[in-house]
Design a protein around this ligand. Structure first.
Ligand code: FDA
Ligand code: NAD
Length: 432
């Protein structure tokens, strides 16, 4: 059995939703020519909500309230919207193999789906503890967080232990955002990670110190420089304690794990050129892979960043998923006018009442600025590389201030005097 489409979007996450929006806005396809195939049961949604609004103790976000493309479109892209737009949703369907030469995908239900043009939007999967040789992370009170099913498991685990203890493994985005959500749900949190400070991939020690102190003031305990080695469980198989490499036993009513992700590339390994150093599918500035009929977007794609002199990066953030998806569709539908994407990397997070944004690349020498002492802070940092601004971070900024730092990074503003830059702080970006 089989079906044939002109355009197939493989994956039903953030990038798929924005690709669909771009197709709908531009037209250029007829009913029955475009489909999204997704392992998930729900139409594409805004994944960032899962570690924020979804975990709130009161008034939590639930589908259909956060389908894509809230904020970018007048209406949410619900299943009704896809129906109206003539875009077929093939949900709850995993693609188990792909044949790029024949332009076919084989689903877990045994169906062969063919395409003329394929957009790979398979995103990434959460790394599992088993991959580090630690067994038992399938217990009912151990939670990962990548999709709605994971988020439901996390909510149930929180509800089952009011006032209890949670151990959060990993000091990255998931660890920080989930720890904040757990505290808001009145659960005591201990965070465990191997680095010297949280958010090691982005934060400087000084920035990290601010957030760690803030979290500590909310009751979070940090255990740094070590990893977990095993779990203690009760007779029902539930985890009761986490055992660390340094010998400590941490009592646990639930455990949240955020130890990074791997891009979902496996269907295409050996068929498309990969970016080994970035762990993704290598694409050009139009998001086209080494096969001209196949594009890759979002977390799975490693694409050239013009601003970084064409350096190839695989970004794991929602803005890049949205923009690469839209750019790929524009490139497909207007091949003759297609231009290379000119993307400014943008990351953000919101925890408790704090909120930060980062633009660019965290390379070079760092200059901090602003007030790091207030509980309603406004501080930041510039990264200066070869005499020019390469990256900028700001906590507690206004819309205009975030815009100003983004423009400064985009312009690679020249820095003459580092000490002066620190003194000027935000004013440097605003005056630019
Ligand atoms: P995404 O993971 O969204 O979608 C991939 C889709 O492909 C899924 O539907 C999956 O089921 C499907 N799929 C994979 N393999 C398949 C197969 N073989 N067959 C069928 N379907 C398949 N970023 C940010 O900038 N700010 C933020 O605040 C957050 N917050 C945040 C919270 C949480 C909990 C997570 C997990 C992630 C974030 N992110 C974020 C990151 C952001 O959500 C991420 O970069 C985008 O979701 C990436 O979009 P993609 O569409 O590429 O992958
Ligand atoms: P991450 O890469 O942000 O952090 C991984 C963390 O895992 C590291 O900081 C490290 O502390 C820890 N770690 C690694 N190996 C470990 C080990 N053996 N034991 C204990 N800790 C270990 O990844 P994440 O936090 O899992 O987030 C997953 C994905 O979700 C990322 O792509 C991230 O960008 C995305 N996300 C983004 C946001 C946001 O942008 N605001 C929010 C949530 C999730």
């Amino acid at each position: 059995m089989g079906r044939a489409f002109v355009y197939v979007i493989l994956g039903g996450g953030v990038a798929a939703g924005y690709a669909a929006l771009e197709f709908a806005r531009r037209g250029g396809y007829s009913r029955g020519e475009l489909c999204i195939i997704s392992e998930e049961a729900a139409a594409p949604y805004e994944r960032p909500a899962l570690s924020k609004g979804y975990l709130l103790p009161e008034g939590a976000s639930r589908l259909p309230g956060f389908h894509t493309c809230v904020g970018a479109n007048d209406e949410l892209l619900t299943t009704k919207w896809y129906e109206e737009q003539g875009i077929e949703l093939v949900l709850g369907t995993k693609v188990i193999s792909a044949d790029v030469r024949r332009k076919t995908l084989l689903t877990g239900t045994g169906e062969t789906i063919s395409y003329k043009t394929l957009i790979i939007a398979t995103g990434a999967r959460a790394l599992k503890l088993q991959e580090f040789g630690i067994q038992g992370s399938d217990a009912s009170n151990i939670c990962y967080l990548r999709n709605v099913d994971d988020a439901d498991k996390l909510v149930n685990a929180m509800k089952s232990c009011p006032g209890g203890n949670a151990v959060v493994i990993g000091g990255g985005y998931i660890g920080m955002e989930c720890a904040a959500a757990l505290v808001t749900n009145k659960i005591r949190v201990t965070m465990v990670f191997p680095e010297k400070h949280c958010m090691g991939r982005l934060f400087t020690p000084k920035i990290a110190e601010y957030y760690e102190n803030y979290y500590t003031s909310k009751g979070v305990t940090f255990v740094k420089g070590t990893v977990l080695t095993s779990f203690e469980k009760d007779t029902t198989g539930k985890v009761t304690a986490v055992i660390l490499k340094d010998g400590r036993h941490l009592p646990a009513d639930m455990v949240v794990i955020g130890i990074g992700i791997r891009a979902n590339t496996s269907l295409f390994e050996g068929q498309l050129v990969m970016s080994m150093e970035n762990g993704g599918i290598k694409v050009n500035g139009q998001l086209q892979t080494s096969d001209s009929s196949v594009y890759a977007v979002g977390d799975v794609a490693a694409f050239p960043i013009k601003l970084f002199d064409g350096d190839i990066r695989r970004l794991e953030h929602v803005d890049s998923a949205r923009r690469t998806a839209r750019h790929a569709v524009a490139s497909i539908l207007e091949a003759s006018k297609a231009r290379d994407i000119d993307y400014l990397p943008f990351f953000y997070s919101r925890v408790f009442t704090l909120s930060w944004q980062f633009y660019g690349d965290n390379v070079g020498e760092v200059v901090h600025f602003g007030d790091f002492t207030s509980s309603s802070p406004r501080f930041g940092a510039y990264w200066v590389n070869k005499g020019r601004i390469a990256g900028a971070f700001l906590e507690g900024g206004s819309r205009d201030e975030y815009e100003a730092i983004s423009v400064t990074v985009r312009r690679k503003a020249k820095v003459v005097n580092m000490a002066e830059l620190g003194k000027q702080g935000l004013a440097f970006a605003i005056q630019e």
